[in-house]
Ligand binder design. Structure first.
Ligand SMILES: Nc1nc2c(ncn2[C@@H]2O[C@H](COP(=O)(O)OP(=O)(O)OP(=O)(O)O)[C@@H](O)[C@H]2O)c(=O)[nH]1
Ligand SMILES: [Mg+2]
Length: 239
């Protein structure tokens, strides 16, 4: 391939990403993520300067809301606890045609976000897969839990997915409006509803999954893992 041709292609890709970026609402749920939230907002803005960036804060006490506002994000406060409750509120208040969800703890490396964005369309859920390299931010228990939950999802829903629990997902708003779970199950519900609505599920590798920039995890591996497994089973057995 000639250099001129390569340059032309990359120009087309850049303008395509820019065009889709303007139609994306990025939803960042936060609960005491003062150390990570500014970093995440900046990384998103660098990759998608025209996107709408929404921080959905669960009434943090560590200054997260002030930081989010200072960084120019749209701030929504939700008093109802739960990762899913925050995501749903963000979706309700979003104006984009597509939704990108990402944690506010700085764990997801967003330096190749355009690779995800390139795949966005009304019939696809794009999942940022964390297993390109050793996921430094994922402890052993979470690694095993994720492996088992992804295996369960693969077997029951016939989707060759490696990282069903990834918190980096891009999907059309029409799918977002079908979500109902208040807890961590919402991450799996996105995939279940995608299958039910005949959407494709596509995984894109992210360069790395880092350690949290601070704060503490809100995931309880045992409690949330069991809830997610039961959710997958129940969804498969009903309807
Ligand atoms: N608004 C709001 N945000 C939440 C709530 N629970 C979790 N979050 C945020 O949702 C994101 C995901 O939660 P994490 O604690 O990072 O869960 P996780 O990524 O599964 O676990 P780690 O691998 O330890 O990071 C983070 O940005 C949290 O701050 C909640 O009840 N309300
Ligand atoms: Mg996290």
């Amino acid at each position: 391939m000639s250099q001129t041709f390569k340059r032309k292609i990359s120009k087309i890709v850049v303008s395509c990403v820019k065009e889709i970026g303007a139609r994306i609402s990025v939803i960042i749920p936060t609960l005491n993520e003062a150390n990570g939230v500014a970093h995440v907002i900046r990384e998103v803005r660098r990759a998608l300067p025209c996107s709408e960036i929404i921080v959905v804060d669960g009434d943090s006490s560590d200054g997260t809301p002030d930081i989010a506002k200072r960084e120019g994000a749209k701030l929504i406060t939700v008093t109802k606890r739960g990762y899913g409750a925050a995501i749903k509120e963000g979706i309700r208040k979003s104006s984009g045609e597509f939704l990108l969800i990402v944690d506010g703890d700085g764990t997801y490396d967003l330096s190749n976000l355009e690779e995800l964005v390139k795949c966005a369309d009304q019939n696809t859920v794009v999942v940022g897969c964390r297993f390109h390299s050793k996921p430094a931010g994922m402890g052993f228990v979470n690694f095993v839990g994720n492996f088992l939950l992804s295996l369960l999802f693969r077997v029951l829903w016939f989707v060759p997915i490696k990282d069903s629990q990834s918190g980096l997902k891009l999907f059309p708003k029409k799918l977002g409006l079908t979500l109902s779970q208040d807890g961590m199950e919402i991450s799996t519900e996105i995939l279940v509803n995608a299958k039910r609505n005949f959407l494709r599920i596509k995984e894109v590798q992210i360069p790395s999954y880092r350690k949290r920039l601070g704060g503490s995890s809100k995931l309880n591996p045992l409690r949330d893992g069991v809830r997610i497994a039961l959710f997958v089973l129940k969804q498969r057995l009903t309807r």
